[in-house]
Design a protein around this ligand. Sequence first.
Ligand SMILES: NC(=O)c1ccc[n+]([C@@H]2O[C@H](COP(=O)([O-])OP(=O)(O)OC[C@H]3O[C@@H](n4cnc5c(N)ncnc54)[C@H](O)[C@@H]3O)[C@@H](O)[C@H]2O)c1
Length: 369
Amino acid sequence: MKKVNVAVVGLGFGAEFIPIYQKYDKTDCVAVCRRDAKKLNEAADQFGIEKRYTDYKELLKDPDIDAVHINTQINDHAWMSIEALKAGKHVASTVPMAVTVEECEEIVRLEKETGKVYMMMETSVYTREFLYFKKLYDEGKIGRLQFLRGSHQQNMSLPGWPEYWYGLPPMYYATHALGPLSEILRKPVNTVRCLGSGRINEDYIKRYNSPFAVESMQVTFEGSDVAGEVTRSLFDTIRQYRESFDFYGSQSSFEWEQLVDEGPAFFTGYEDAERLVVPDTNEMLPADIADFSLKHHIVDEHHVSFIQGSGHGGSHPHLVREFITAILEGRKSHVSAAVAANWSVAGILAHESAMQGGKIIEMPAFTQF
Ligand SMILES: NC(=O)c1ccc[n+]([C@@H]2O[C@H](COP(=O)([O-])OP(=O)(O)OC[C@H]3O[C@@H](n4cnc5c(N)ncnc54)[C@H](O)[C@@H]3O)[C@@H](O)[C@H]2O)c1
């Protein structure tokens, strides 16, 4: 069987995926791309990769490359995905899909028109915590889901982040907090409303004309009576990093840990509670990439996204497997363009709702998967 030839584009967080594509027996990492030639060569030398591109559009002309995995800054995800689909490549894109509704719609259209695989590489729906909860839910141990809450609180005032982050409306990057809610129901968000709270420093406000320190959205899901709430903060609000879900059921409930490494709480009976030790997910994966779900396999533990993101719950090899399997089976990926658009557009429209004092906004039809 021919291997899928992947190019990894953007080598900060993106570099974490190179060894997975190299180890996986269904893929080769044939090329890497970043703008800075010196840093490009350093990374390519480290991983022994021959083909090196500083110009993404040149990379897209390379007929050897079947798929691109985009890990550039958020404003670039959409145009890079669009160009790649038009060039006949399969696309894996880090979150969010895009920062405008129009770009999301265009990617949904192109996924359909080209028949290529698009996948948003949403880490939060492949974490050990999510996969563990999902198993309990599928086994009937949670009962009927009654309410879903997600939060992603991060203080990006910490130095070291690229410039474009500062002042970003919190809900423009809501997919980590919203994705698990939609995914556990496997239903799309159909309405959003959101309140903004507090005020960040004036210098940051000017950059995106977004004043809020915290945004809190409420969502409804198509064909479900279960509602969800998502909280996001990015600047000038102090809390230890938290990328979490709390799911409440009629038989038992799960709350994400309050402090890092404390363990999630699991509630049963009327008043019973215990701390859970959530198992690794390596046994769910093909042997050659299973170890990448373990914490010690993080390639650059000093990268800021790992200092604050705890290695994304062992999700990376699961994402790679799903993306590649979808290509080989000729089907849509699990986080296809419509799913990605639903989770990304909900955040964009939530910010719009917050700017309008909490107006209820209906989600566009193209986001209904
Ligand atoms: N849990 C997660 O899913 C998760 C975690 C961390 C980061 N991310 C996402 O990954 C993306 C990158 O984050 P990061 O912290 O690595 O950012 P970064 O700024 O450190 O890295 C961006 C990389 O993209 C490259 N790049 C930028 N523009 C390019 C272009 N036009 N052509 C080729 N290369 C280009 C840069 O050279 C750099 O290597 C962000 O969008 C972020 O949202 C997701």
